[in-house]
Write a protein that binds this ligand. Structure first.
Ligand SMILES: [Cu+2]
Length: 166
């Protein structure tokens, strides 16, 4: 190894050390520890109530004990496109009825009003939120006006049905 090569080698080592030191001081503030508010990636969390505000028609009653007037079943295997999904597909209920939605499938589904995710009215009239496989949810109809409402599953938008309120 000649003298020039030695100088170049040591120079490269020196540059490496400088990059290390500079990086350390530039980025030492970034790890997101609870006390550290200096990170450039810091974002304030939304207030906790915002997450809960979305469940409009979802009731607090326990689906296991409530007496339902009408039952809507999400059939097993309905997550596969083209399979039978809701039973009955056209559900009729009287205004004020309690609708129990039973998910007989093994994956989460929802019953959400609207023609699909791009419907600007989606979830504004009724929405069960996610119902886990084997679980049930309750839809209250007291505040739903008489009429026909398309509904779908937000997880699988090809799962569609109609709710008729009399
Ligand atoms: Cu689904």
């Amino acid at each position: 190894m000649g003298l020039n090569e030695k100088i170049i080698f040591i120079g490269i080592l020196g540059i490496g050390a400088m990059v290390g030191v500079i990086s350390y001081y530039l980025f030492a503030d970034l790890p997101p520890t609870p006390e550290n508010t200096k990170s450039i990636y810091r974002q304030d969390l939304p207030p906790p109530s915002a997450a809960q505000a979305s469940s409009k028609t979802e009731s607090k009653v326990d689906p296991a004990t409530v007496k339902a007037d009408v039952t809507l079943t999400i059939l097993e295997g309905s997550s596969a496109q083209g399979s039978p999904d809701f039973d009955p597909d056209e559900l009729s209920a009287k205004k004020g009825n309690v609708i129990k939605v039973e998910n007989a499938d093994s994956v989460p589904h929802t019953v959400t009003n609207g023609a699909g995710p791009n419907d600007s009215n989606s979830a504004k009239i009724f929405d069960t939120s996610l119902i886990m496989g084997g679980q049930a949810a309750i839809l209250q109809t007291e505040e739903i006006d008489a009429g026909e409402y398309a509904y779908y599953c937000t997880v699988h938008p090809y799962m569609t049905g109609t709710l008729k309120i009399q």
